[in-house]
Design a protein around this ligand. Structure first.
Ligand code: PNW
Length: 477
């Protein structure tokens, strides 16, 4: 049955999940409460020079104390699902590389109360188990370069699933392992701030392994729950499709961003070209017998995060590298063995991140994954835009640019569904303005404005727009 009506309105399938997403360190604050110990983001944000203006998540938007107010807001907007992450250091604050340590009842209680509050408002919780707040004690022993981190992660995931799995229908193991591995260990713009390509590739594998081990552990602890993985896949385009060197650059970027995560999970193997391209950096001896069987454990859904397309071009030393992705230049790059690749600047509209706006990429990515993993359910677990807010004299925030961004990308999701991609939900990033990692509070992604002095929440026009979308289960014609 077609999902569109004849009037030009766009109608989503019945039961489509309408959500918004957040992450623990970006919103919770209360970093020293409830028995929580430091994560790598506490250490990183408190290291001078790492985060814009020295911002930290110490207070953030105080969600730890205001979660009931925030759930009431979600209910007002009509959200049917909410994706949030659990802070690992709240759950097992004493974890060491060799031992998980005791499960902290206060940590479990916070998330249990949040889950109950959501369910009481008819909102379905989707839990991300790792959105980048690794316990610092594990980083001190090597972090994701260390195999034992993956083993401890699976035990932590099992503890959360055992405590909440009776009420939580979906667990997402990892959020964007691309960021954790390459921004954390190669370019160093995210915690723990290391700049070592070999370490980053070891991190890629141990994150994949962590996902696989956790998938098995969650199924054991919570047989009724579904398990997913969220990737930030890139729609990679060669700037000159007829230039073989641009096409080869696109192949390598696609390998490092997409296939090094998709192939092991979906097919149980690492892409041979990526292993060959990076042979000068690492011998991949961190991959042990049996690992790929674990990593390819069946998942119930794949989460796709999409913000912007990735245009690539072969680079020669005649002029400075262009750097439209914000990562390609400088001494440290996340792009291993891609010294001859640049990210050409694009014309056209951009968000406050400098990310160009092109909803086609979202359609293309969803269709690609649908073709590669026939029948696998897909979720858009993040999509959204940062724009500077103009608070009007009446206190209203008329973020028409964000509304247009969302409208275009919702149409793109719908186009993918029409073309056969089994997409069952969409989560706006983000519910609230929050701590935007290396950018601190300078970038605002929320559909709800937060005054960082008073912690007052004000729904922007985009929140009202989204509420209308949810009410209609689609976009009015
Ligand atoms: C994602 N990059 O992060 C995260 O999942 C969110 O926590 C974050 O707030 C959101 O997107 C907006 O940035 C990314 O630099 C952070 O390529 C940085 C990059 C990509 C994703």
């Amino acid at each position: 049955t077609r999902a569109s009506t004849a009037t030009g309105a766009i109608q989503f399938p019945q039961g489509f999940l309408w959500g918004s997403a957040t992450a623990s360190y970006q919103i919770e604050g209360a970093v020293a409460e409830g028995g929580r110990t430091p994560s790598i983001w506490d250490t990183f944000s408190h290291t001078p020079g790492r985060v814009d203006r020295g911002d930290t998540g110490d207070v953030a938007v105080d969600h730890y104390h205001r979660f009931r107010e925030d759930v009431a807001l979600m209910a007002e907007l009509g959200l049917t699902s909410y994706r949030f992450s659990v802070a690992w250091p709240r759950i097992t604050p004493q974890v060491t590389p060799d031992e998980l340590g005791p499960v902290n009842a206060e940590g479990i209680a916070f998330y249990s109360d949040l889950v109950d509050e959501l369910l009481a408002h008819g909102i379905s919780p989707s839990i991300t188990l790792y959105h980048w707040d690794l316990p610092q004690a594990l980083e001190d022993a090597g972090g994701w370069t260390e195999r034992r981190t993956a083993e401890r992660f699976a035990e932590y995931a099992e503890a959360v699933a055992a405590a909440l799995g009776d009420r939580v229908p979906l667990f997402i193991t990892l959020n964007e392992p691309w960021c954790s591995a390459y921004l954390g260990y190669a370019s160093g713009v995210h915690a723990p701030g290391r700049t070592d390509g070999a370490a980053a590739l070891a991190a890629v594998h141990h994150l994949n392994l962590a996902h696989g081990l956790a998938t098995v552990a969650i199924r054991r602890a919570a047989p009724a729950a579904r398990v997913a993985l969220t990737l930030n896949l890139a729609w990679v385009r060669p700037e000159r499709p007829d230039a073989p060197l641009d096409v080869d650059a696109a192949r390598r970027v696609d390998g490092l961003q997409n296939r090094v995560f998709l192939d092991p999970v979906l097919q149980g193997r690492y892409p041979a070209d990526v292993q060959a391209d990076t042979a000068g950096v690492t011998d991949w001896s961190f991959v042990q017998d049996g690992d790929l069987d674990v990593i390819s454990a069946r998942i119930d859904a794949l989460g796709v995060n999409y913000y912007t397309p990735t245009w690539v071009r072969h680079w020669t030393r005649e002029r400075p590298k262009e750097n439209a992705d914000g990562h390609g230049d400088g001494a440290a790059t996340p792009w291993i063995a891609c010294d001859d690749v640049e990210f050409p600047l694009q014309h056209g509209p951009k968000t406050d991140m400098g990310w160009s706006i092109d909803p086609r990429g979202l359609t293309e990515l969803l269709l690609r994954v649908a073709a590669e993993a026939p029948g696998l359910e897909l979720l858009v677990t993040e999509n959204g835009a940062a724009f500077p807010d103009e608070v009007g004299p009446d206190g209203r925030i008329a973020d028409t640019d964000r509304i247009e961004y969302l409208r275009g990308h919702l149409a793109a999701v719908h186009a993918a569904i029409e073309a056969g991609a089994p997409v069952t939900g969409y989560y706006v990033w983000s519910l609230l303005d929050n701590f935007e990692w290396a950018w601190g509070y300078a970038k605002r992604f929320g559909i709800v404005h937060v005054d960082y002095e008073t912690q007052v929440r004000t729904p922007k026009d985009s929140a009202h727009f989204y509420a209308e979308v949810i009410r209609h289960n689609g976009l009015p014609g």
